[in-house]
Design a protein around this ligand. Structure first.
Ligand code: FCB
Length: 459
């Protein structure tokens, strides 16, 4: 590990997963349907018609997966709780068997010396709530707070780190504007209302977590470093719109208690007179957090573009005149994402510059790469590109810390190959390979590399 920069004592090394991507057992022990069950079972929406019905069968194999984490030596494991296991109808009666699963998982982790970090919402909204309007309506934020209170009451004393939402950008914009995530809607104002109600839900959930006395409460955002395709004024203006939609719509309300000044130039009449906002919302949304979770994968190279839809009444929220273009001269992962570790440093440094002391300590709650892994003749998975990606991004993270950003932890995405949303099982992000026919787990070279790194850190 001599080529590797050290991290301060107490720095948290972890690994992350999410419920729908790994658990399977979607009809077991009283779990209700989620929007991802509906979406993945709709023909044509997910690659190969893949669903999360079985996934990594983690619901039954969690002891084996915790053993993998223990051997890896991580300090912490980030998993998510499936709302429809706890409240099959989204609200009302608690399903004790659903709660019991997470209780057993938490106990297994603690017995292995691993700190649990729980995400309350990693996109599996109970279908019953979508049927009543989903995140377009404020009621869903209120139901989210009730669900949070129930979970925190049962697990709050054993789980030190809580994440309200994972990547609300994806929930609001991929879910309600692009239509590439559940519930698959393509809307304008509906998506902007969803974004706001996710923020309100976050604020209400933080209050519920505080009331339960948990140690740490935060949120995970997928912030993007948006780079202009050229230095032209049009591309620079497109970067402002991209930044507003990807970053500022979340970070300005949460960290600065304001809506972004650039929202009108980004969304025009879609945001004018936003009637879904209420007095007091910003105070709720901007409650102090113990940490900010950031998921980082790649920069986005942005070019100016015309509206795709000329009729303003039919525009969706993401039709705001920019497009992503390919970055020449760098490696791209199996997702087609450019590998630019310096952008990771820049993103964090710029965030610190913008918010100063209002930026809480940061945890990198996801970082990793999908690669076209293959099992070699010797039975191993020699994922050298993933090892290089992780090494270079940890080095870039260390550079941001040297530049004054207070980063406390790093979770690799992901412990296991898993259901990669609309890409199904085609894209493999795991540091452990999963054979979906046999459910056999094979640690890849990246797992062994990360294990050595953690051991070297401990000294
Ligand atoms: C993030 C998601 C996570 C996984 C990775 C690759 O957007 O939070 O579930 O799909 O991307």
């Amino acid at each position: 590990m001599s080529d590797f920069p050290g991290f301060p004592p107490g720095f948290v090394f972890g690994a992350a997963t999410a419920s729908y991507q790994i658990e399977g057992a979607v009809r077991e022990d009283g779990r209700g349907p989620s929007i991802w069950d509906t979406y993945s079972h709709t023909p044509g929406l997910v690659a190969n018609g893949d669903t999360g019905d079985t996934a990594c069968d983690h619901y039954h194999r969690y002891p084996e997966d915790v053993a993998l984490l223990r051997d890896l030596g991580v300090d912490s494991y980030r998993f998510s709780i499936a709302w429809p296991r706890i409240l099959p109808e989204g609200s009302g009666a608690v399903n004790p068997k659903g709660m019991d699963f997470y209780s057993r998982l938490v106990d297994e982790l603690l017995a292995a010396g691993i700190e649990p970090a729980a995400t309350l919402y990693h996109w599996d909204l109970p279908q019953a709530l979508e049927d009543r309007g989903g995140w377009r309506v404020r009621e869903t934020a209120e139901r989210f707070a009730e669900y949070t209170a129930v979970v925190a009451e049962h697990l709050g004393d054993r789980v030190p780190r809580w994440i309200t939402l994972n990547e609300p950008w994806c929930s609001a914009f991929l879910g309600y504007s692009v239509g590439r995530h559940a519930p698959g809607a393509r809307e304008g104002r509906g998506a902007l209302a969803a974004a706001h109600h996710l923020l309100v839900g976050h604020g209400l959930a933080v209050s519920a977590l505080r009331a339960a006395g948990v140690r740490e409460a935060g949120i995970t955002l997928n912030l993007d470093r948006n780079l202009p395709a050229t230095g032209s004024p049009a591309d620079l203006a497109a970067v402002v719109r991209a930044d507003t939609q990807h970053n500022l719509v979340w970070t300005d309300p949460i960290l600065a208690g304001r809506y972004p000044a650039t929202e009108e130039e980004t969304w025009g009449e879609l945001i004018t007179g936003a009637d879904f906002r209420r007095d007091g919302d910003l105070e709720l949304i901007s409650q102090p957090l113990d940490f900010l979770g950031i998921n980082y994968y790649r920069p986005i190279v942005v070019a100016d573009a015309p509206y795709r839809e000329s009729d303003p009444a039919r525009r969706v929220a993401t039709d705001n005149r920019y497009e992503e273009v390919r970055l020449p001269g760098v490696r791209h992962t199996a997702m087609g994402w450019p590998v630019v570790p310096e952008s990771f440093t820049d993103l964090l440094v710029r965030l610190k510059e913008r918010y100063g002391d209002a930026l809480p300590p940061v945890h990198i709650t996801e970082n990793g790469s999908a690669e076209d892994d293959a099992v070699a003749a010797d039975g191993g998975v020699h994922d050298t590109d993933r090892v290089a990606y992780l090494r270079d991004h940890l080095t870039a993270l260390r550079a941001a810390m040297d530049a004054g950003v207070d980063v406390r932890g790093y979770y690799v995405w992901s412990l296991l190959d898993n259901f990669e949303w609309a890409f199904g099982y085609d894209k493999r992000f795991g540091i452990v390979r999963v054979d979906y026919d046999t459910q056999e787990r094979t640690p890849k070279d990246s797992y062994h590399w990360y294990r050595k790194l953690i051991a070297a850190h401990r000294g």
